[in-house]
Design a protein around this ligand. Sequence first.
Ligand SMILES: NC(=O)C1=CN([C@@H]2O[C@H](COP(=O)(O)OP(=O)(O)OC[C@H]3O[C@@H](n4cnc5c(N)ncnc54)[C@H](O)[C@@H]3O)[C@@H](O)[C@H]2O)C=CC1
Length: 371
Amino acid sequence: MSLNPRLVKESFSVIEPVADKAAAYFYGRLFAENPHLRGMFPPAMDLQRDRLFGALTRIVWSLDSPDGLASYLGQLGRDHRKYGVVAAHYTAVGNALLATARRFAAEVWTAEVEAAWVAAYTVAADLMSKAAEADSEFSPAWWLAEVVDHELRAEDIAVLTLRPNQHLPYTAGQHITVQTPRWPRVWRSYSVANAPREDGVIRLHVRALTGGWVSTSLVRHTRVGDTLMLGPAVGGMVPPGDNVRDVLCVAGGTGLAPLKAIVEDIITSGRRINVHLLYGARTSGELYDLSDLVRMEAAHPWLRVIPVVSDQPFFEGLRGMLPEVMSRFPSWADHEVYLCGPTDMVNETVRRLQEAGVPLSRIHRDTAAEL
Ligand SMILES: NC(=O)C1=CN([C@@H]2O[C@H](COP(=O)(O)OP(=O)(O)OC[C@H]3O[C@@H](n4cnc5c(N)ncnc54)[C@H](O)[C@@H]3O)[C@@H](O)[C@H]2O)C=CC1
C-alpha cells in the first residue's frame, strides 16, 4: 500500500471549507456506530471538533515529510493514552473518518482517492499505536500532581506550582495537558513555564478565560493541596542547544510561559549568548511575572528584559503592540527567534521578521492546543 499525498491533499481541500459540518458528522457517526466510545469524550464537543481538524490538517500537510509526520504522530499516539485509547479504537475511528471523507469530498471521490485515504490512515494509525505501545513500557498514561503553590498575580492570572507524583519528562518549550477534578475528561494545554528541575516541580501560567472551564477552575477554584491530572509533555519548540546565535524572545501575555522556560534552560546550560526578551501585556498590571524576570536579569548580565505595554496610554516604558515595537529595534536578522502569545501577534511577528530577512528556520513558535 503506497502513500499518495497529492490525492489526499486535493480531496481534503474540498472538505476544509465545510470543516465544522464534517467534524460534527464524523463524531455523530463514530458514536452512532460505537456508543461505548462516547464516554471517553467530554460532554461538550466543540473544542474537540476544532482539535480534530487541527490534527487532521497537520497530518495531511505532513504526508510528504515522513520525519515530521512520524514525530507528530508519535506524540499524538503517546498523548492519546491518557484518554484510554487502545488499538481497537483506531479501526472505529478509521471507518468513521473514511465515511466522512467520502461524503464531504463526494465531488472528487474515486476508487483511487479512497485507496489513498486508506493508505494514509493505515500509516498514521500504525505510527500512533506503535508509539503508544512503546511508551506504555516505561511511562504512565497520565500523572497525578499536587498543587504546592498557587499565586494570583493579576485579576485573572495565576501562577501554579505542581509536584507530579512521579517523574514527568519534558524539555523547556514543551506543553502538557491538564484536567481538573471539576471537569472530568476535559483536557487543556498549558506550556510549562520552567526548565526541568531536579525536584521535578512544574510551573504553569494560567489566564482565566471567559467560558474557559479549566482555566477558570485553575485560577479561581484551585487551592494548595488539590490534585490535578497531567498528560505527557509534547511540542516541538526546543531550546537553542549548541547554537551560538543570540536569541530574541517575544512573549505576549501568558505566552511568556514557554519562553521563560527556554531562558531558564539557557541559564542552566551555562552558555552566555545574549538574550533579549520582549515581554508584552495590555496593561502594566498584567505584566504578572515582571518582578521575577527583573531578578533573573539582575543575576545574568547577558539577559535583557524589555517590558512593553499596549493598551495603557500613560505607561512610562515602551508602548505599542509587540510586533510593531519589535520592528523599532535596529535588526534581529542574526538572531534565533522564539515567539509565543496570541495567534495574531505571532503571525504578524513572523511576517515582520521574514520581511526583515530572518529565515523561517530560525523562527520558533509553539503550536499548542493541537493535540
Ligand atoms: N504554548 C502556546 O502556544 C501558548 C500560547 N499562549 C497563548 O498566548 C495568548 C496570551 O493571551 P493574553 O495573555 O490574553 O495576551 P493579550 O491578548 O493580553 O496580548 C498580549 C500582548 O500581545 C500583543 N498582541 C495581542 N493581540 C495582538 C494582535 N492582534 N496583533 C499584534 N499584537 C497583539 C500586544 O502587544 C499585547 O499587549 C493566548 O492566546 C494563549 O492561548 C499562551 C501560553 C502558551
